[in-house]
Structure formats: structure tokens, C-alpha cells
Ligand binder design. Sequence first.
Ligand code: RIB
Ligand code: CA
Length: 304
Amino acid sequence: MTRILLDCDPGHDDAIALLLALASPEVELLGVTTVAGNQTLEKTTANAIRVLEFVGRDKIPVAAGADRPLVREQVVASNVHGETGLDGPDLPPPQAPPVEQHAVDFLAAKIREHDGAVTLVPTGPLTNVALLLALHPDARPERIVLMGGAIAEGNVTPAAEFNIWCDPEAAARVFGSGIDVTMIGLDVTHKALFTPAHAARLEGRVGGMVTELLRFYGEFHRKVYDFDGSPIHDAVALAHVVRPDLVETKHLNAEIDVESELCRGRTVVDVWRRSGREPNSHVGVEIDADGFLDLLVERLNALG
Ligand code: RIB
Ligand code: CA
């Protein structure tokens, strides 16, 4: 059993990653922290609580974190996730507030409580994680498995993936932390599209809600990429913790471009080890797409 903390910006794929965590006996979800990203902090926090309440798991603590990047302007992705950040299903508004504690202090407390034996799964901009490293240098998780970056793609710009692009300074601190970091990027998430055929296999109340999420989320991917399905980016990162065999990684050096505008937030991954820079992350290079998608359908259906 792996103890995890999910730092997220729900967001359709964050919500599905959260559901996957709740349905997976291989992991114990200690808590959820939220960050501004796909939508404002207020909305991403409300969405995390709404999803937990929808599946009756409202005892899992949610702590709100950074409402903007370390130094950059805050940008939301309402073109992808809608005005609420979770457009599609008509989920009731959150009944309970987040816990009082700031996400960064909450993360530190949980990591200390378990002597560092925690895997942190960030699926939004890395602002909270960078603040954790800076403000609580003694509270380091033993592993970070993050959704972000790409070897050879970009989604928010031709050069960069949204989570890293939002807060490149935060990402640079995380990749430079010396912690065991795994980067699940677009190179693998774009190879595992959740199609209408997968959605047709979903059952029950949760399956119905996820189908409505994907009906909205799929529109963006149809329009922009002409995809016949949606990449559930954040669920791939979570699935890699649950079933490490699903994504093949290579131990490589990845540096973050914080200087240029054109390539702001690019994860410069040294695939051929040309730079002489030390490897600092396990970068996803291949995915068992069918294995991941079958696991996701099976686990979502298990939530009933
Ligand atoms: O680029 C995809 C990532 O950005 C996902 O985590 C999505 O939820 C958004 O946060
Ligand atoms: Ca996300």
C-alpha cells in the first residue's frame, strides 16, 4: 500500500485521477490539496470537494493552496474545462469548506506524520510543491510522480505543457530538488485516448458522471486535435503509482526553460544524454494504453 497525497487543479482529468485513487486499493489517499491552474483556486477547491462528496468520501481532507504562480500571472484553462472547471455534469455545490490549514502546511504535516514515506502526485501547476520545498525543507516526500511536461510536444504553446508553463519557476525547483521525480508528460498521455467506446463500458452513477465529464472535455480535443477521444492526463500519473508497469520511463535530465518567452515552461529532456547533465527524473516514454484504459474503466465501475 502506497500512501499518496494528490495536489491538483480539478479539472476533468484531475477529477478522474481522484476517482481512480479512491477506487484503487494499492494506494491510501491521505488528502487532497488544490492549486490554481485549470481554474481559479476557489473553483478547483470547490471541485475537489464536489467530487469527494459525490462519491461519499467527504471525510478525505481537502486543503486549498496557492491562488497564483510564484511569479507569473495566473492563467486559467476555461477553454478546456469550462467556467466551473468541471463543466458537463450538474454536480451539487460543495457542502463543506476545505480544511483551515493552507495546502503547503497540510502537505508538510502529512509528510512528517509518515516520516516522508509518502508519494506526492501533483497534477496541476507545481506552485504548492515548490512552496513546500522552500518553506518546509525537512518535510520531503520520498517520491513525486507528476503529470506535466513533454519531451517533444506542447499543448498550451507549441513548446510547453500547461502545468509546467503555468509556473515554470516552481517546476524548476521541483526538478532540481534531488527528490525521486517521475514526469508523466504528453508523450505518453496523448497515446492513451479515452474514446466513446471506452465510455460505453462505464456503468453506474459514477460512470454516468464521468461520461458527462468526458462529453464536455472531449469537445476541446475533437476541435483542437481531431482526436476521437480524450487524454486523461492526470489519471495516467496516478495509474503509474497504482500499476508502475503501465508506463515505461527513462532516467534522464530534464531542465525547465524559465528564460525565453517562445519556449517558456518547456521541459528540455536530454533523451540522448548529450548535455552531460545528471539525470534528475524518470521520464515517461511509452505507455500500455489498453492496460491503462482497461484499468480506468474497471476501477471507475468499481465505485458504483
Ligand atoms: O496539460 C495537461 C494538464 O494541465 C492536466 O493536468 C490538466 O488537468 C491541466 O492541469
Ligand atoms: Ca490537472
